[in-house]
Design a protein around this ligand. Structure first.
Ligand SMILES: Cc1ncc(COP(=O)(O)O)c(C=O)c1O
Length: 382
């Protein structure tokens, strides 16, 4: 009800998810049969169909993308002090999963074309202590992974591919989320597929699969030893209700991917020629942008600050979201002295200070896209 009145009011939220008919049918069945917690057929069904879609063998549904990362990295059995390479420009979950296990995050700057971790820098930062790399695809365009994957294989470095923002995207024609030892996903309401809150881990390795399943469910013992736990796990289970929503969403994935690209193209048709902004790399030999969100990066010569653009947009009832704050700028990590102050990550800092994204959820209408795009153009022209 609230959402309808929000739209009527002309306020354009940064994200409105799309719920299809099928989700309601599946959820109704869960409610009517009282299979509402993590037992129930939809969890297994969602795991199977999602892993099949991504061409992986095993799927482990969990309560969030953050939970997926925590379980994924713990399943690798790394030792305290081992180095894990991560992008500095990402959601804080990327660093938290490393820090919480006593591992050492090693940061990599972004490149300004695709806003992802720079692959040459990743290669440069590999040392004897590097035991894992988290490849995080940002906003809609994949990291150039080929060299990272090859070198990791040679050096026995584990790779987690965080495809939270990339459901349905491909890299050289192969699904993002099917690379590396483990891949992780989020199903928060702004993701291509949502379960409200939720996440998934995918792998082809049976040992990793079994470990992740156990970690998700408090590492319960088997049979009469059920309450004798053999490791420090979590309750990061997904409910049957959430999985039912996921199953319904997945049935519409083709339309979702198509619509996401349409939203991107429509924004480009309005904003593409404006010389005060750049947008994320769109069409390159290994991928076409899937526009999880439509990001805007103000150029140095734009003559207007990001914060004032965002303020003007909200005055016209257009909600936006600022780009990530890099890890090395995070209050908590500064407080604990996690990263050296000497190393600079210029591109990530530029992205963070000058970037924001426009309403890009699947619930947005073409009329709203046109309004947002034209409003932004006017603001930039003045
Ligand atoms: C790349 C990436 N990884 C992980 C997450 C965390 O997912 P969640 O919000 O489901 O915990 C997000 C959230 O937006 C994300 O963008």
């Amino acid at each position: 009800m609230k959402r309808k009145s929000v739209l009527k009011n002309k306020f354009i939220p940064v994200n409105v998810p799309k719920i299809f008919r099928q989700e309601k049918v599946f959820v109704k069945e869960c409610l009517e049969t009282a299979w509402i917690s993590s037992e129930g057929k939809y969890v297994g069904r969602f795991e199977q169909s999602f892993s099949k879609y991504n061409k992986r063998i095993y799927g482990i549904a969990v309560s969030s993308g953050t939970a997926a990362l925590e379980i994924a990295i713990k399943s690798l059995n790394l030792s305290k002090g081992d180095e894990v390479i991560i992008p500095t420009f990402s959601i804080i979950s990327t660093a938290l999963c490393v820090v919480k296990l006593g591992l050492k995050p090693v940061l990599v700057d972004s490149n300004l074309e695709n806003w992802n971790m720079d692959k040459d820098q990743v290669l440069k930062k590999i040392t004897k202590k590097t035991k894992a790399i988290i490849i995080t695809h940002i906003y809609g365009f994949p990291v150039d992974m080929k060299d990272i994957l090859n070198i990791s294989k040679k050096k026995n470095i584990k790779v987690i591919e965080d495809a939270a923002e990339m459901i349905g995207q491909t890299y050289y024609g192969k699904k993002c989320g099917s690379f590396g030892d483990i891949s992780t996903f989020s199903f928060y309401a702004n993701k291509h597929i949502t379960t409200g809150e939720g996440g998934m881990i995918l792998t082809n390795d049976k040992k990793i699969y079994l470990k992740c399943r156990s970690l998700r469910n408090l590492c319960f013992g088997i049979g009469n030893s059920r309450f004798n736990h053999d490791d420090i796990g979590w309750n990061y289970r997904m409910t049957n209700l959430q999985a039912a929503v996921g199953c319904g969403q997945l049935k519409n994935i083709k339309w979702i991917v198509k619509r996401k690209r349409e939203i991107g193209r429509r924004y480009i048709s309005i904003l593409g020629r404006c010389n005060k902004i750049s947008i994320q790399q769109n069409n390159f030999k290994y991928a076409k942008n899937i526009f999880w969100v439509f990001g805007i990066l103000l150029k140095k010569n734009s003559g207007i600050s990001r914060d004032s653009v965002v303020k003007k947009l909200i005055k016209r009832k257009v909600q936006t979201r600022l780009f990530f704050l890099p890890m090395h700028k995070q209050k908590i990590f500064k407080k604990i002295g996690l990263f050296s102050k000497k190393t600079k990550y210029k591109n990530s800092e530029y992205l963070s200070a000058n970037g924001f994204y426009l309403p890009s959820g699947l619930g947005i209408t073409n009329k709203q896209i046109d309004f947002v795009g034209k409003t932004l153009l006017k603001i930039l022209k003045n």
